[in-house]
Design a protein around this ligand. Structure first.
Ligand SMILES: [Zn+2]
Ligand SMILES: [Zn+2]
Length: 735
């Protein structure tokens, strides 16, 4: 008999066709296999038993990077074809195959990399079908070498033989290369034969180097070199934000941070994210790596170039994004050399172009579960299912900070790479170019465009500028709720606590401490943090002491010493007056702003240099053993909380105890309120829930009450998850 099987999912560029070839050959089937615009098509011909065996084993034994979503098989007339062939892709057609994410170097390639007898010994671009660059080098579909940034390199006879041999690990490995024919690394201004070894030697001696990686440039220096790290921080104009580290091995990572089972699994996963974990007291890192932070962000090498560099240097490196302050990470060579010239002492570069800038992903483990904080390199563009299929093609434009976009059709949604804060021309261009690239890669022509309700977000403006589409505005916190439901495959109804910094409310005020009841379709606001004024609007986000003044006014309490010492009475009076009159001071129910206020009252931070800094530092100072809690109550009225905090501070209670009692109060009040709503499942989301202490305690209380909970895992609880939530809402509303 003869059968034609269509295989859909992530089946291109992952060694699927050679796998089919080997399986068919083993079972004595004749026929052929080819990639087309929808996936892989196989025709096999043999006796009935062999064909059935083939169809049973086909999905079960697929290669590691393949992800099969569907196999549809139908009988076709026998042709008498002999032998089995891998055929060329037909041109044209509608491409919708999944382009895979960039994947960490596999064990077999690593062995070759460090084997002096191998022809790819110390070759920084060794890769195979099971590993290597993908998304960052893809220019179009189908995924074939001419449509990648490897197009300019012609394979030598040895590489071409591997590429053409169905039994070889590199059969149709599009980035296949070797020292003879592939990309080369170069230490700019040096004629060293081994550029990586020369770079490692400079790093060992204390240099700061710009290093071109997979998704962009990093800035690197020894993590244990006080002078180098301090210089890097000064030249980058980055005052406080922690630097990420790359450790040569898991063993080396363990000397830096405490790794539980979940952290270790995340660290070695093929996505190779930055894992945030509790730093060890004896960790050999310079003070300037992560000032005041109880955690360090650590990752392992994920490209052969990184493996060589780290092996040669032998100690952990700072490996932070190659940019100045808040600009996007540099990824084009000319641009990088211009922008990073004042920071780096040298450049370790290579001649394989990066098509799409992709930052490192960042993840943390809370209660044994992953909590994604930035989803990008290694994860993107993997698709995430929608619980309600989109009838028309959807573009969702996300929010403003930590921006992402999302495209969807049918049951599949593709969330784009982390773009950054959509507040300047550079990020806006990355945003619109990213959307255009994804539209091509996944053949999505949006007929419905979802956006935030905030009229001033650039993402909203991008949505409104698209003509000939149906526009769907989705409330910010509803999008958070929907994103969490949808990633867990649920459509609601549910209740949720959604806490973040700011989001445009349905009533035009600034929301951010919301109890919502709803489903993917719609929602009702069933509770919220007692509102106060944000004195001076945006200025209050940068200056937590302004929020402290607003909360002191609301609570009718006098100013504690730490705040009085930091800000003079005249400025405080002026700001308090703004809060009293409401002049240029919008009303907010934001929990993020409440954290700001408490951080300032405690003297932890009065002004911030980056989003969320005050809350992060307040969490960091918490006394882990403190179990007491201030009054707040299930109606989320923080006025008695503020009064109790000021009382405690006046009595000289240590700040670590005060900070912990505040966290506990918010967790207790949140759990109380949700229990009283009496519905399941319960969603906890919004950027504030990246706070480990708040999330862990709230979760424990709800678990004790026997309630089912959903917390974001694959997408960030912060605004990076908004676009996916908007897409889920648009799909559910019948789009
Ligand atoms: Zn490999
Ligand atoms: Zn070659």
């Amino acid at each position: 008999m003869r059968v034609r099987a269509r295989v859909e999912g992530t089946v291109q560029g992952v060694g699927f066709r050679p796998y089919v070839y080997r399986l068919a050959s083993e079972l004595g089937c004749s026929g052929h296999v080819l990639n087309d615009a929808r996936g892989v098509v196989v025709e096999v011909e043999a006796d009935t038993k062999s064909v059935e065996r083939f169809l049973a084993r086909l999905p079960a034994e697929a290669p590691p990077l393949a992800h099969i979503e569907r196999v549809a098989a139908e009988p076709v007339p026998v042709t008498g074809e002999t032998g089995f062939a891998i055929r060329a892709s037909p041109p044209g057609g509608e491409p919708s195959v999944a382009v895979t994410a960039d994947t960490a170097t596999c064990a077999e390639c690593l062995e070759e990399l460090f084997d002096p007898a191998d022809r790819r010994h110390r070759y920084p671009f060794v890769n195979c079908t099971n590993c290597g660059p993908r998304f960052t080098i893809v220019r179009g579909v189908p995924y074939d070498r001419p449509l990648t940034t490897m197009a300019g390199f012609t394979m030598c006879p040895a590489c071409a033989a591997e590429y053409e041999n169905p039994l070889d690990r590199r059969f149709h490995a599009q980035p296949n290369a070797c020292p003879e024919c592939g990309p080369r690394a170069r230490l700019v201004g040096s004629d060293a034969e081994d550029a990586v070894a020369a770079a490692a030697s400079a790093l060992r001696d204390g240099a700061i180097l710009a290093v071109k990686g997979v998704g962009g440039y990093h800035l690197a220096c020894r993590a244990d070199d006080e002078a180098a790290v301090a210089a890097l921080r000064a030249r980058k104009h980055r005052e406080d934000k922690p630097f990420a580290l790359m450790a040569p091995t898991v063993t080396a990572a363990r000397t830096l941070v405490e790794l539980g089972a979940t952290e270790e699994a995340l660290l070695v996963a093929r996505e190779r994210p930055i894992v945030l974990a509790r730093r060890r007291a004896e960790a050999a890192v310079a003070a300037a790596v992560a000032p005041r932070a109880p955690e360090l962000g650590v990752m392992l090498p994920y490209s052969p170039l990184h493996h060589l560099l780290l092996a040669d240097v032998g100690v952990p490196l700072v490996l932070t994004s190659g940019n100045v302050s808040d600009e996007p990470i540099a990824y084009r060579d000319d641009e990088a050399q211009e922008r990073l010239a004042g920071i780096a002492d040298g450049f370790l570069v290579h001649d394989r172009p990066i098509q799409t800038r992709t930052d490192d992903s960042v993840v943390r483990a809370v209660g044994g579960r992953p909590l994604m904080l930035r989803r990008s390199r290694g994860c993107v563009p993997g698709s995430i299912r929608l619980p309600v299929a989109a009838r028309r093609h959807v573009l969702a434009c996300g929010a403003e900070l930590k921006s992402t976009f999302c495209l969807a059709k049918g049951e599949r949604a593709w969330v784009g790479h982390h773009i950054g804060d959509l507040q300047n021309f550079e990020t806006l261009r990355a945003f619109t170019e990213g959307i255009a690239r994804f539209e091509t890669l996944f053949a999505v022509a949006p007929e419905v465009v979802a956006h935030d309700l905030h009229p001033e977000y650039l993402s909203t403006k991008v949505a409104l500028e698209r003509g000939g589409v149906e526009l769907i505005g989705v409330q910010h916190h509803h999008a958070h709720l929907a994103a969490c439901l949808a990633e867990h495959g649920e459509a609601g109804p549910a209740v949720g606590a959604v806490y973040d910094g700011t989001g445009y409310g349905s009533d035009g005020t600034v929301w951010g401490g919301e109890l919502l009841s709803g489903d993917l379709h719609g929602f009702e606001r069933v509770g919220s943090l007692h509102p106060v004024r944000m004195p001076g609007g945006e200025a209050a986000i940068r200056q937590p002491w302004r929020m402290a003044c607003a909360w002191l006014l609301a609570a009718g309490t006098a100013t504690p010493a730490a705040l009085a010492a930091a800000v003079d009475a005249e400025r405080r009076d002026r700001v308090t007056e703004l809060a009293r009159t409401g002049l240029a001071s919008p009303v907010t129910s934001s929990v993020g702003r409440l954290f700001d206020a408490v951080a300032s009252l405690c003297g932890v931070r009065h002004e911030v240099n980056y989003e969320g800094q005050a809350a992060i530092e307040l969490e960091a100072v918490c006394d882990p053993a403190e179990d007491g809690a201030y009054p707040m109550g299930g109606e989320l009225d923080a006025r008695p909380t503020i009064a109790a905090i000021v009382d405690d501070l006046r009595r000289g209670t240590p700040v670590p105890a005060v900070a912990a009692r505040f966290h506990n109060a918010l967790a207790d009040a949140t759990a109380d309120a949700l229990v009283r709503l009496g519905a399941e499942p319960i969603v906890l989301s919004g950027g504030v829930f990246a706070n480990r202490r708040l999330l862990a305690r709230t979760r424990a209380l709800l678990e004790r009450a026997g309630l089912r909970m959903l917390v974001p895992e694959r997408l960030p609880p912060g605004d990076g998850g908004i676009s996916y939530g908007q897409a889920a809402v648009a799909a559910a509303r019948g789009s």
